[in-house]
Design a protein around this ligand. Sequence first.
Ligand code: FPP
Length: 246
Amino acid sequence: MDLKSQINTERLPRHIAIIMDGNGRWAKQHGKHRVFGHKNGVQAVRECTESAAELGVEYLTLYAFSTENWNRPALEVNALMALLVDTLGKEVNTLMKNDIRLQAIGDLEKLPKRTYKALLDGIEKTKDNKRMTLVLALNYSGKWEILKAAKKLAVKAKEGILVPDQIDETIFSNELSTVGIPDPELLIRTSGETRLSNFLLWQLAYSEFYFTEEFWPDFKKESLYTAILDYQKRERRFGKTSEQIS
Ligand code: FPP
């Protein structure tokens, strides 16, 4: 039986988050520059987005650029930003055809103007699409987001809009950039690394983690199916005992 038909569509993760890693090593393996790896990573983004939408996943969040990534050589950063502009421009029609809404999280205003504009255009054009939401994490960091939420709540408390004692998980979550998006049930990281790298620190509190040795450009539809099947074998207990949830 093929992998796709083994997936129980009644028990799909509503939200999958992915740390796309290994583009550089994939390029090295092929004797090419790192930028060649990123270009081939775009094909994996396409495959993964398409297969997630086909299955009925509601949200797919991709870690495309972290705040720490600015420390890479300027040539690579510029190439990544240009690749984003190019890909967004080319793929907006595909998103429209597939009824996929684009959203973004991160410190977006600090992106280069052209990237920021391409992103806002894509978000605006696809805003009424319903089948799946594709969230790009760009210039994103989990700690940055948590600090920003804490500052906003501190201001609200100072202005008397709320009292500190009122702050609970819901009020806190409402200040995060993922407001309105359910927490990911499944996190995938490629390339054999097993770190969180400052990704969705709050939102991944109860997520299942799946790590694969595959480099991101090699991540195909079957790779996503394998990750989902692995997730479906697990029992999610949220701190309870097996007996309590059966
Ligand atoms: C990690 O590999 C990859 C990135 C930091 C960038 C991901 C970007 C893309 C796949 C292209 C554009 C994305 C979209 C959404 C259109 P790495 O460079 O850290 O690889 P390494 O660990 O082997 O060096």
